[in-house]
Design a protein around this ligand. Structure first.
Ligand code: IMP
Length: 423
């Protein structure tokens, strides 16, 4: 059976966790393929909010198997905290959680290196979540990394020590003021590794291959968003992995011709956390209202998210690079009460009108060109049928479907599992 993909089409925080949770009953296996604890996937059900960072969003379903793929980077300390929270909820994760031996481990010194690198950048900082993501992927591509499978070897601590020592000299090289007690961090790390080792490590590409062969359904869960992709995002203000569809192939070992549906998740407006260009960003009362109503604060760092109108130029680009087959629009409820809605349909770029994302999208070069839409006042949060959606929202949806040449099959009207309208 083909592997379906679910991806964010903006700068992350689109609501992927909620939709994976909603769709999980249709799948046997949910697999994360990139990113790590920089992600914060929020799920709400039975009146309770759950935030997952590294563990796939299918973990709350009894029957689903959850796989952390080879493309993911794992911080054992954060992973252990996630497991502890699951145990509090009586989730039997030992039975349903599998970890790829080829996934890379985030060391405490990776986190310190992230902090040192950001501090050294001053005003040009990326706005990283400081979870050690960049340095860990650097060690992966630099062929120095420590992998989950290494933890099964007798000499893994020697490998660890050599890498940590190298990191310490790199931290010195940055010559910035980073205070840390490595002994303390290591005590926590080694205890967490012990817990990690109590889980099932597998050769995940073989597992996925056999699962597909035997007819099991698989959903690959993306993290971050397409505009944070290391190749196609707003570089250098991106994360260090391929967040787009191709990342699922390398992050799980799935061949491109084995990909089925590609679900593209986007917010009815746009948000971004951290630094970097954001052409439709708002600095007015509309932006403040989106942030307030949408509770736009990072699930991982608690940082305020920047808010702005929907950017169709960027969204089209993301649909293209991912080969999206269906769209899912999140947080439509947040737009209730706006008199006029705007959607950027083109950019004025160095005096010309363009409809594609140029190489440099710095604010001084770009001015969005907007189309206006009449807003609606109805509260959507109690609605459960597509037929009850206000006409103005349907007009907004129709316009997007036409422009993007894709169906919007889900409209989300609140964070709860139940607040999901299928079209
Ligand atoms: P890093 O991946 O933690 O190094 O962060 C790099 C950039 O990606 C920063 O701007 C972060 O704010 C952003 N970022 C990383 N992970 C997420 C996410 O899950 N949601 C939204 N933004 C993210």
């Amino acid at each position: 059976m083909a592997v379906d993909l679910l991806l964010g089409l903006q700068w992350g925080d689109e609501g992927k966790g909620k939709i994976v949770d909603v769709l999980t009953s249709k799948y046997n296996i949910i697999a994360r393929f990139q990113g790590g604890p920089n992600a914060g996937h929020t799920l709400v059900f039975n009146g309770k909010k759950h935030v997952l960072h590294t563990i796939p969003s299918g973990i709350f379903h009894d029957k689903a198997t959850n796989l952390v793929g080879n493309g993911v980077v794992i911080d054992p300390v954060i992973f252990k905290k996630e497991l502890d929270k699951l145990a509090e909820q009586d989730v039997d994760y030992k039975k349903s959680l599998l970890i790829s031996r080829k996934a890379h481990i985030i060391l405490p010194t990776h986190r310190l290196l992230d902090a040192a690198s950001e501090a050294s950048k001053g005003k040009a900082k990326i706005g990283s979540t400081l979870k050690g993501i960049g340095p860990t992927y650097m060690d992966k591509t630099g062929r120095n990394g420590l992998r989950v499978g290494d933890l099964e070897l007798d000499n893994w601590k020697e490998k660890y020590r050599a890498l940590a020592n190298k990191h310490e000299s790199m931290i010195d090289f940055y010559n910035v003021d980073i205070q840390y007690d490595l002994k303390e961090l290591e005590t926590e790390f080694f205890a967490a590794v012990k817990v990690l080792k109590s889980l099932k490590f597998i050769d995940s590409e073989e597992y996925i291959y056999q699962a597909q062969k035997s007819g099991q359904s698989i959903l690959a869960e993306g993290a971050q968003g397409s505009l944070l992709d290391i190749d196609f995002g707003t570089y250098p203000f991106v994360t260090s992995s391929n967040t787009t569809a191709a990342g699922a192939c390398t992050g799980l070992g799935v061949a491109p011709n084995q990909i089925g549906e590609v679900f593209g998740i986007f917010k009815a407006y746009t948000t971004r956390v951290g630094s970097g260009p954001f052409p439709t960003e708002l600095f007015d009362a509309d932006g403040e209202m989106m942030a307030k109503v949408g509770q736009e604060f990072g699930a991982t760092t608690g940082r305020a998210r920047r808010c702005g109108w929907l950017d169709l130029v960027a969204l089209k680009y993301a649909c293209q690079v991912n080969g999206v087959t269906q769209l899912m629009m999140m947080k439509a409820d947040v737009l209730s009460g706006f008199k006029t809605l705007k959607v950027a349909t083109a950019y004025k770029y160095k005096g010309e009108t363009i409809t594609h994302l140029p190489f440099n999208i710095e604010p001084e070069n770009i001015e969005p060109i907007y189309s206006d839409f009449k807003g609606w006042t109805a509260d959507l949060t109690e609605m459960s049928e597509a037929s009850t959606l206000p006409k103005e929202l349907n007009d907004y949806i129709d316009f997007l479907e036409k422009e993007l040449e894709l169906p919007i099959t889900i409209v989300s009207v609140g964070p709860d599992r139940k607040q999901t309208i299928f079209r």
